[in-house]
Design a protein around this ligand. Structure first.
Ligand SMILES: C[S@@+](CC[C@H](N)C(=O)[O-])C[C@H]1O[C@@H](n2cnc3c(N)ncnc32)[C@H](O)[C@@H]1O
Length: 259
């Protein structure tokens, strides 16, 4: 695992992941083709935020969450006792071949040095015709109007910290290649630009909050000397709301692949 650039399992980070899960689920669950009775793996379940929302979206799933980090799983067990979880490395899953009908995974591949190894394991544990879905970052697509210099600098440092730790903040643009290298023959990658502006005030506010809260958790990975820069970036982000033609843009990558 590369070093985790976000803020561990502090109460603030757990609350952020729970809130982020509502945001992520709103544009990802509809394409997972869930039905009661399916065997589902939530890979890199973290604090269980997406796993428990999968259960709520489709009661009757046989779902298990897996994560490498004991502290994340302790938070998952405490906050979501209804969600079965176990500790394992995504590159060496403790399941027989063809165990799962679905594999769900959000925001993992940016953190691992060998995405293809993870996907090879997912290919192995999926049953024939089973579906996996990965929601991933591509920080190259981040943009604001007007330009925000402190925000740009925080993103530059975040990307650098992630790369230094062995991760890849631009993994979204390489998903087709990673899935093909892992043996998947049928892959669809959906890249839909998300644009926040005053035309949809609720979404714009949620989108600004999402990034502002990510930035708030970056003091650990960027160092305390970055605190003034982070504060300035958060203020620039929040200022987009009142800026003429203010806009925030990001394009997550959602890959669906069939075994
Ligand atoms: C950004 S969090 C995402 C958590 C969750 N999927 C969500 O959307 O809330 C990334 C998670 O990947 C886990 N992780 C990183 N490398 C891993 C690996 N090799 N195997 C399993 N989990 C891993 C981390 O411990 C962390 O919980």
């Amino acid at each position: 695992m590369s070093s985790y650039v976000h803020g561990g399992t502090t109460a603030r980070e757990v609350a952020r992941l729970e809130k982020q899960a509502d945001f992520t689920a709103s544009f990802t669950f509809s394409t997972l083709e869930l039905q009661p009775g399916l065997r589902v793996l939530d890979l890199a379940t973290g604090v269980g935020a997406m796993g428990v929302r999968l259960l709520r979206a489709c009661p009757g799933l046989h779902l298990v969450g897996v994560d490498l980090a004991a502290a994340q799983l302790a938070a998952a067990r405490h906050n979501h006792p209804e969600l079965p979880v176990l500790r394992a490395d995504a590159t060496r899953l403790p399941f027989p071949d063809a165990t799962f009908d679905r594999v769900h995974c959000s925001w993992l591949l940016e953190h691992v040095p060998t995405p293809t190894k993870v996907l090879t394991e997912v290919h192995r544990v999926l049953r024939p015709k089973g579906l996996c879905q990965f929601v991933e970052v591509d920080n190259e697509t981040f943009g604001t109007t007007p330009a925000c210099p402190s925000v740009t600098e925080v993103m530059r440092r975040l990307n650098h910290a992630q790369q230094q730790g062995g991760g890849d903040p631009f993994v979204g643009e390489k998903l087709e290649a990673h899935f093909a290298a892992a043996g998947f023959e049928r892959v669809q990658v959906d890249r839909r630009q998300m644009t926040g502006n005053r035309r949809d005030p609720r979404f714009f506010q949620a989108f600004i909050d999402e990034f502002a809260e990510i930035f708030e958790g970056l003091d650990e990975s960027l160092g305390t000397e970055a605190l003034p820069l982070i504060a300035s970036a958060i203020s620039e982000l929040r200022g987009l709301w009142d800026a003429p033609a203010g806009e925030l843009r990001y394009t997550p990558s959602i890959a669906r692949a069939w075994r």
